[in-house]
Ligand binder design. Structure first.
Ligand SMILES: Nc1ncnc2c1ncn2[C@@H]1O[C@H](COP(=O)(O)OP(=O)(O)O)[C@@H](O)[C@H]1O
Ligand SMILES: CC(C)(COP(=O)(O)O)[C@@H](O)C(=O)NCCC(=O)O
Ligand SMILES: [K+]
Length: 255
């Protein structure tokens, strides 16, 4: 069994896939930190993991600690996705290709591998990122802005009177009518910012890549915008599609 990890700034997304048929997903989840991940794996996969591939946007030190813990706890080696100027028909559009977030790069590579034509990839996590790929696979670059958790937390931490809990936040999100409570006003205000961002990205994508652009939504908050982009493919596992390309199984090629 192969362990796959996408280590974002807030959460570690994990899944376990079958060695011989990686399209068979045996389990998966979201862990808040290394300890939670190791605990979840210990409960179900104390034995049987043969190998791990991972992508991380965390520091090298944090990633090294996790790799060491996996080696100690499960006797597995990890392949770690590394930056590259080209992969699977996609060319990295950054001036310094190493600086493009690896989660973004893998989502781009994954999306293009699925459709082979122009794509816009929106990843809604801690940060919200957009990436544009034109028809022939040239990544044109993208944008980064704060995600929902950052937007609301900045308001909470930089004001005296914006205070509400997660339950109130969740309830407030069901409508976009003008807010009649602080939670509604903030949550809906941030959602409208998000909607504005998404709609601008769609316009830009058509300008940059033409009308035939395929839109992908990924990241933990993808569902928040899905209704505004009915034609989009909502793919929570998009980064893992790219990860499989960047880090094929050791018998095929090393990362
Ligand atoms: N089951 C879940 N657990 C945690 N966060 C979730 C869950 N479902 C949706 N979310 C949302 O996803 C966001 C995190 O998205 P994610 O893509 O994991 O971020 P990152 O890659 O930056 O760690 C959270 O802020 C939260 O709003
Ligand atoms: C933009 C990001 C912070 C997004 O991270 P995430 O929200 O997925 O945790 C990450 O892709 C990153 O650290 N990128 C490096 C900077 C860049 O892409 O230009
Ligand atoms: K993101």
């Amino acid at each position: 069994m192969i362990l796959e990890l996408d280590c974002g700034n807030s959460f570690i997304k994990w899944r376990v896939v079958h060695d011989r048929d990686v399209s068979q997903i045996l389990a998966g989840g979201i862990a808040g930190d290394d300890r939670e991940l190791l605990q979840a794996l210990r409960e179900r996969f104390a034995q049987g993991l043969s190998f791990c591939r991972l992508v991380s946007v965390r520091t090298d030190e944090e990633t090294a600690l996790l790799v060491a813990a996996l080696r100690d706890g499960f006797a597995i080696d990890c392949l770690i996705a590394a930056p590259s100027p080209q992969l699977a028909g996609v060319s990295n559009g950054y001036d310094e290709y190493q600086r493009l977030g690896l989660d973004r790069w893998l989502a781009v590579v994954g999306a293009y591998s699925l459709v082979g034509r122009a794509c816009l990839i929106l990843d809604l996590g801690t940060a919200i990122t957009s990436d544009f790929v034109e028809r022939a696979g040239r990544h044109l670059g993208g944008f980064i802005c704060p995600g929902m958790p950052l937007m609301r937390n900045q308001l909470r931490t930089h004001t005296r009177r914006i205070r509400y809990d997660d339950v109130m936040a969740e309830r407030a999100q069901h409508s976009l009518a003008p807010g009649r409570s602080t939670a509604e006003a903030v949550e809906r205000g941030c959602l409208l910012m998000l909607r504005g961002f998404v709609s601008t990205q769609l316009e830009l994508a058509r300008e940059q890549c033409g009308e035939e652009v395929e839109v992908f939504l990924t990241g933990g908050d993808a569902a928040l915008v899905a209704e505004w982009v009915p034609a989009a493919r909502v793919m929570p596992d998009l980064v893992f599609v790219g990860l499989a390309i960047a880090c094929p199984l050791p018998s095929a090629r090393s990362c």
